[in-house]
Ligand binder design. Structure first.
Ligand SMILES: *[C@@H]1O[C@H](CO)[C@@H](O)[C@H](O)[C@H]1NC(C)=O
Ligand SMILES: *[C@@H]1O[C@H](CO)[C@@H](O)[C@H](O)[C@H]1NC(C)=O
Ligand SMILES: *[C@@H]1O[C@H](CO)[C@@H](O)[C@H](O)[C@H]1NC(C)=O
Ligand SMILES: *[C@@H]1O[C@H](CO)[C@@H](O)[C@H](O)[C@H]1NC(C)=O
Ligand SMILES: *[C@@H]1O[C@H](CO)[C@@H](O)[C@H](O)[C@H]1NC(C)=O
Ligand SMILES: *[C@@H]1O[C@H](CO)[C@@H](O)[C@H](O)[C@H]1NC(C)=O
Ligand SMILES: *[C@@H]1O[C@H](CO)[C@@H](O)[C@H](O)[C@H]1NC(C)=O
Length: 357
């Protein structure tokens, strides 16, 4: 399979477009500066000091919506189970723990992890890596202290972007990996593979899963998918698919993975790019709704809850477009606070499925 992804015309246009967009929105970015400072206030000083939830507490959250283990981890139709926003900081709903970096490390180092998707997946991948490999955190009894800065969270989020390879992956094949790292604790544990494959369109994700599912199932314990923006703002590049194509992707994932409950696959409901026009926002909204409808009409097979939806878009309502957006480095990307929210939701989903950390 030819997998080297040098920038095609469509991609170059996209990058140019986003760079142009960046210049055009300089004034907007200035506005965002104040909210960025708020992010810093959260992440630099004595952040995340929380009691580590024990198994009983975590187990309680399994039942928080009255139904144990479903495909909907968060949110449900019950808005009281949504994360809240205070200023530019999110807070978990009652009964949902705030996972410390140490817990995230423990949860994500239990088996090989693969991220599939576009640059939003890459930035999530690197952010989580930065968090769980950071030495700027300590555990003091049942209290946890972290001193991770925004700069540390953001470090290297654009590595290997746009075909400029600066980090060579030495086990690229057969998984078409763009990034491959190791996490885990070599002294007490086996090395855990932590990988990323760049698949930027729904069509690419479909083909990737359809082609590689046996290999993926043999290698990985957890797979996270983050894709969707290109199918909206560069939808011609992605094949001008009808928005309903997202169902085909979910169908192939379901067909390949649901019967084999040992691989957890987390599907992110993606947030739109910050610079979408009205019709693009409509298309994003349509794809999000089709995704939710798909999960609502495809209850998991008995005893198999391994393909789940993480509805980041729902939690980011009001924070995706306009001045309140938790903006990242370019319009399609989200800032570190939003990436950490997704990572919390993903951690929670994995912990729930495993019945505790
Ligand atoms: C776990 O948390 C529950 C609820 O807060 C508490 O009742 C229980 O004693 C705790 N168990 C341990 C081992 O700390
Ligand atoms: C979770 O709760 C159920 C029902 O109360 C119980 O049977 C199960 O053992 C609990 N699991 C853990 C890991 O505590
Ligand atoms: C889960 O929720 C249902 C409905 O609210 C309740 O009847 C049941 O007792 C709960 N189970 C546990 C283990 O808490
Ligand atoms: C937190 O980190 C900063 C720089 O990374 C350092 O200057 C500061 O001393 C640290 N604070 C604590 C309490 O470790
Ligand atoms: C690995 O595990 C050992 C033994 O529990 C511990 O001392 C060490 O700090 C751990 N290293 C990391 C990087 O977590
Ligand atoms: C919105 O963007 C799309 C391309 O994604 C373009 O075809 C359309 O003309 C734009 N609509 C407006 C109103 O600018
Ligand atoms: C998208 O496909 C559905 C059937 O899958 C069809 O009903 C709908 O008209 C199509 N929409 C467009 C814009 O082609």
């Amino acid at each position: 399979m030819e997998s080297t992804k040098f920038p095609t015309l469509g991609r170059r246009l996209f990058f140019r477009g986003t760079i142009a967009g960046l210049f055009l929105s300089l004034a907007f970015l200035r506005l965002m500066h104040s909210s960025y400072s708020n992010t810093r206030m959260f992440t630099i000083p004595n952040i995340i000091i929380s009691k580590i939830p024990n198994r009983t507490e975590l187990n309680h959250t399994n039942n928080v919506s009255g139904k144990t283990k479903s495909r909907y981890y968060l949110p449900t139709s019950d808005s009281s189970l949504s994360y809240s926003w205070v200023d530019n900081q999110w807070q978990p709903p009652p009964g949902v723990p705030l996972y410390t970096i140490q817990e995230m490390r423990r949860i994500f180092t239990q088996g090989n992890v693969l991220w599939i998707g576009d640059s939003t997946a890459r930035q999530d991948y690197v952010t989580l890596y930065n968090m769980i490999t950071s030495s700027s955190s300590t555990n003091d009894g049942d209290h946890y202290y972290s001193n991770l800065t925004v700069a540390q969270l953001n470090e290297g989020i654009n590595v290997n972007k746009g075909g400029k390879i600066t980090e060579i992956c030495d086990r690229r094949y057969p998984f078409d990996l763009l990034l491959c790292r190791n996490i885990g604790n070599a002294t007490v544990d086996k090395i855990v593979h932590y990988d990323y494959t760049e698949q930027i369109c729904f069509r690419e994700v479909f083909n990737y899963i359809n082609t590689n599912w046996r290999l993926l199932m043999a290698r990985y314990s957890t797979i996270l998918v983050s894709v969707g923006i290109w199918d909206v703002i560069r939808f011609q590049y992605c094949g001008s698919q009808n928005a309903t194509y997202v169902r085909d992707v979910l169908n192939v994932i379901d067909e390949k993975f649901s019967a084999n409950g040992h691989v957890q696959l987390l599907w992110k409901v993606h947030c739109g790019a910050g610079n979408e026009n009205a019709s693009e926002m409509d298309r994003t909204g349509l794809i999000q709704q089709l995704t939710r409808d798909w999960f609502a009409t495809h209850p998991p097979p008995k005893h198999s809850y391994n393909v789940v939806m993480i509805d980041l878009a729902k939690e980011m309502e009001g924070r995706t477009y306009g001045e309140a957006r938790i903006a990242g480095d370019i319009p399609p990307h989200l800032g570190p606070t939003a990436r950490m929210l997704f990572l919390q939701m993903a951690t929670h989903a994995i912990a729930q499925q495993r019945g505790g950390p």
